[in-house]
Structure formats: C-alpha cells, structure tokens
Ligand binder design. Structure first.
Ligand SMILES: NC(=O)c1ccc[n+]([C@@H]2O[C@H](COP(=O)([O-])OP(=O)(O)OC[C@H]3O[C@@H](n4cnc5c(N)ncnc54)[C@H](OP(=O)(O)O)[C@@H]3O)[C@@H](O)[C@H]2O)c1
Length: 336
C-alpha cells in the first residue's frame, strides 16, 4: 500500500487519522531537524498559555524564532513565557496581553504591537473555545464566534501591514476536524436561533475559519502572505478535557500529545512547501479536503456575506486587498 493511500484511509476513518495512531504512522520519516532555522524571524501565537498554543510556541522557539505569546491574562502568559524559554533554551520569548473575544482589547494590543515591532513573519491564530452555554463577549457577541472567528479576523487585519512588510510571511489558522460536520450559517453566525448547542456552534465557527482562510489567501496571494488553515486531530489538552469531558475520558489513551497536535502548526510556519502554496487546509503535513459531506458546501454569496459580517462586526475597514472575485489566476510569488 502506498504512503498516500494509507494516509487517505487513515484520514477517512477519522479515529485512525485523528488519534496518536495516525500521527505515529504518518510521522515515520519526518524529522523536526529537517525544518529550517527561524533565526531572525518573528512568530506570534495566540492562546499560547496551554495545550496546542503552548506546544507550538515551544516548537517555534526551538527553531530559533523570536516568539510572542499572546494571552488574555498577564500572569498565565508570564508562566508560559518562562516555560517556553526554559524548555527551548531560547530566551527571545515575549508576552502580549489581549482578550480575543473583545475587539477593543484586540485593537489596543495591535496598536501597541505595531508601534514597536520591526517585523512579523508568522501569525498563528490558535486560541479557541467551546463553551457549553451561550454567553456573550464584552461587546455583546456570542463567545464562540467572537473568540474563534471575529477576534482572529480583526487581529489578522490589524497586523496585516506588518506581515506584508515582512513578506514572505504566513498566517496559520487552527481549525478543527469538527468543521466537517457543519455548513456555515451566515443567517445565524451567533447562534441566536433555537437551542444553543456548544459543539454545533464550535463546528460552525471552525468552518468559518476555513472559509475565511481561503478568502484571505485569495486577497493576499500577490502580496507575499501565505494563509493556511489546519486541524490538529484530537489532542490531550486542558481545552479538550474541559469542553468535551465524556469524549476526553473515552478517547484519552488514543489522544495525541499537545506536541503531536501542534506539529503541523510548526511545520506550516517553518517548512518550505507551505511557503509555495496558499489557502489550503492541512492535517499532519498534508493538504486535506475542506468538505467530506455534500450538504456542507457554501455558496459564493454566503462566503461574501460571512466576510462582510466579520468586517462589520469587528469594525474593520478593508483597504487595498483584492477580493476573491477580482484576483486573476497566475503563479504565486516564491517564498523563503
Ligand atoms: N485539543 C484538540 O483536540 C483540538 C482539536 C481540534 C481543534 N483544536 C483547536 O486548537 C486550538 C487550541 O486548543 P487547545 O485544545 O490547545 O485548547 P486550550 O488548552 O483550552 O487552549 C486554548 C487557548 O486559547 C486561549 N483563549 C481562550 N479564549 C481566549 C480569549 N478570549 N482571548 C485570548 N485567548 C483565549 C486560552 O487561554 P486561557 O489560558 O486564558 O484560557 C488558551 O491559551 C483551538 O482553536 C481549538 O479549537 C483543538
């Protein structure tokens, strides 16, 4: 059986691919030491206090990058900074405080950061939540949508000038395999209709992240900023344990370590291949389909509506980016 065929079978079986079984099989032949040094590059990771974000930050620090850990609480961010610096041996690790569910906090952070930063080579939008009940952010936006979609959308847009100045640069959006189960609902992005179901709201938000990844990629492909989404499989993190306790108990022996779940994040930020392509959805270092079920496909109009609502709700005014429709086909710029 060829490697590609076995890989696809693992992927479609879900349990085989998403667990540590899939990671162990696929990672034969990979080596972290194959990744180039990120010395001189600046990487920012949101949600870097625990789970996948912490593991990814450590992975980037090991590759020699200057790493910015973004977190909503200063004390937890500082703990993470000490841990990443100690474990990686790289002292060039810094913290930024920003509540992604609060657009004012995102704006304040981005303003301060862009005022002092020389460059930003990789932005990892990793922070995410799966609340059981419908709650609202400080701005009155439903928390799942505010944290997983709107905050990262606004942060990306505000850091874009810096990313472009640092081109070739990359944006990595951490989605979830759960998005395969849902279609986007542009008429109900904040789950105001019917009974609230946490996993459904989460899956829709993660679907939105993948659609927005493709839309950002089209807009930015000629500007030297590659945009990718990925899903980590199922990893043993505080977030998974708290959000899906039964699932966590049942699958625990098969869960990936946070480092295994974060492997593709670090690879997307450092390897050559993701610098030559853009707008793809990755898992275990390979591009994956974005739909597995016929009823989850969205229309072009729904994609545009999602973008418009994100821009309106976040208060961002788009300037100088090319929309999906306007972008002519052609080769992408090469990237380091
Ligand atoms: N673990 C999995 O199996 C799995 C599977 C699929 C996708 N994912 C995705 O992977 C990403 C990381 O998840 P994880 O499993 O590592 O979860 P985690 O351990 O709960 O980590 C989530 C991180 O996001 C931060 N965060 C939450 N809300 C925030 C906000 N409003 N502002 C700023 N930061 C905020 C958390 O900060 P605090 O420390 O302050 O809470 C934490 O650092 C998420 O996007 C998740 O959806 C995970």
């Amino acid at each position: 059986m060829t490697g590609a065929l076995l890989d696809s079978i693992l992927d479609r079986s879900v349990v085989g691919g998403y667990t540590n079984v899939g990671y162990r099989i696929r990672s034969r032949g990979w080596s972290r030491s194959e990744l180039p040094s990120l010395g001189g590059r600046v990487v920012m990771v949101t949600g870097a206090t625990s789970g996948l974000g912490l593991a990814a930050a450590e992975g980037f620090a090991r590759l020699g990058a200057t790493v910015w850990l973004l977190a909503r609480h200063q004390a937890r961010a500082e703990q993470a900074r000490i841990r990443v610096a100690e474990r990686s041996g790289n002292q060039d690790v810094h913290v930024g405080v920003c509540d992604l569910s609060d657009p004012r906090s995102v704006r304040l952070f981005a303003e301060r950061f862009t005022a002092q930063a020389r460059r930003l080579d990789v932005l990892v939008n990793n922070a995410g939540v799966l609340p059981a009940r419908r709650t609202l952010s400080p701005d009155g936006i439903e928390t799942t949508f505010a944290t997983n979609v709107l905050g990262p959308f606004l942060l990306t847009s505000l850091l874009l000038p810096l990313l472009e100045r640092s081109a070739p640069a990359r944006i990595i959006n951490v989605s979830s395999g759960g998005m395969y189960t849902r279609r986007i609902r542009v008429d109900d992005l904040q789950c105001e209709r019917g009974d609230f179901d946490g996993p459904t709201a989460y899956a829709r938000a993660k679907r939105a992240q993948v659609i927005l990844t493709e839309m950002w990629a089209k807009r930015l492909q000629r500007r030297g900023v590659m945009v990718h989404a990925m899903h980590p499989g199922w990893a043993d993190t505080p977030g998974l344990k708290a959000s899906l306790p039964l699932f966590y108990r049942l699958t625990r022996p098969l869960l990936r370590t946070p480092e295994q779940g974060a492997d593709t994040i670090v690879w997307l930020g450092a390897a050559e291949e993701p610098g030559r392509r853009t707008g793809l959805f990755w898992h275990d270092r390979r591009p994956r389909p974005t739909h597995l079920l016929p009823w989850t496909h969205e229309t072009q109009q729904e994609r545009e509506q999602l973008w418009t609502q994100c821009a309106q709700l976040s208060g961002w005014r788009e300037a100088n980016t090319t929309s999906e429709k306007e972008e002519p086909d052609g080769p992408l710029p090469s990237s380091a």
